[in-house]
Design a protein around this ligand. Sequence first.
Ligand SMILES: Cc1ncc(COP(=O)(O)O)c(C=O)c1O
Length: 404
Amino acid sequence: MTIHWDERYARRARLMTGSAIRELLKLTEQPDFISLAGGLPAPESFPIAEVATAAQAILRERGTQALQYGATEGYRPLRELIARRMSGGGLTVAVENVLITSGSQQALDLLGKVFLDAGDRVLVESPTYLAALQAWNGYEATYLEAPMDGAGLDPDALGSHLRRVPKFIYCVPNFQNPTGVTLALDRRHRLVQLAAAHGVPIVEDDPYGALRFEGDPLPSLLALVGASDNGASGRDAGGVIHLSTFSKTLAPGLRVGWVVAPAEVIARLALAKQGTDLHTGTLDQCIVHELLAGGQIEAGLGAIVARYRERRDAMLAALTEHFPATARWTHPDGGMFVWVTLPPGADAVELLPAAIEQGVAFVPGAAFYPNGGGERTLRLNFSNASPERITEGIARLGAVLREY
Ligand SMILES: Cc1ncc(COP(=O)(O)O)c(C=O)c1O
């Protein structure tokens, strides 16, 4: 019997398209290839010995618990610790406001499952995180795009979009993926005010906030809303759903992230998660808890930040040296990405095959725009390669650009 699988897929499955990044990542396996395309942390930063020690202690002391099924909401000591660490400055986060997810990517998918009917609108930054679009395309979302500049999205340009009643606003306020741009403090205040005035929730996705190389940390949108008295435990429609992850501060392979939201939203997300994976791996959660409680995650941050700052500096210096004067790029204060705008008339998708031939890859920016555009843009990652490899990669790319 021959089954025509194509005819069997649901409409939403047809809307799921492969990620350009994942395809490109396959190329990084060739020797001497320099991939500036992925979004991988520096493997040298993984605290392998600390993870091994924690895992051994957990298995010795409470092995049956660590290997047993657990609560969908997450390992309670980890939820409690996250709630404590996120409270403060007028914001109270209770354990009922915290859900542990299998990376924040799962939180994005659960949000789609819980909030999005076919055709619903999501207001996203333009450009925005590609895999959020991939998650929500599966729920047949449509997108309104908020234009960005060097200070993030401009809340005052959102009026007409907000009147079209998006289900939520999606924002990556710190060192955004893909642009590296940070939302300015006055815009944070304004965004929170405007969203509350229109009754639209904000999904704040903050995987990179702890990776700050310079300047002072800015309050999260969650903290701003909390300080104005309608915080995570409140029922106000202008609420914030805050996502974060241990992927960038510890290790992405552990797949541990979290959501902070009003308790009723957490309960819904937990129901959706039950149907997805029952719960995030207990041993992984125990390991994260051990290293968070013991201060090892905090202690490792300094070295990660110093390493990434050096790599960013190498990338910015190489761009100045090797890229045409008519190209523009962002100067991120943290995170993992630089965003380049090529000279007028250039097309990053056209450029990519020649770059790959020269042994260097990037992600063409068009992928990050849900409704098209961005042909002149591209994303470069600086966290994964050494400064020398970054310099060499940008030199190769500069040569390809000159040729082009
Ligand atoms: C903006 C953003 N959100 C979410 C994620 C997902 O991270 P994870 O699922 O590893 O926690 C990433 C990863 O690159 C990201 O850049």
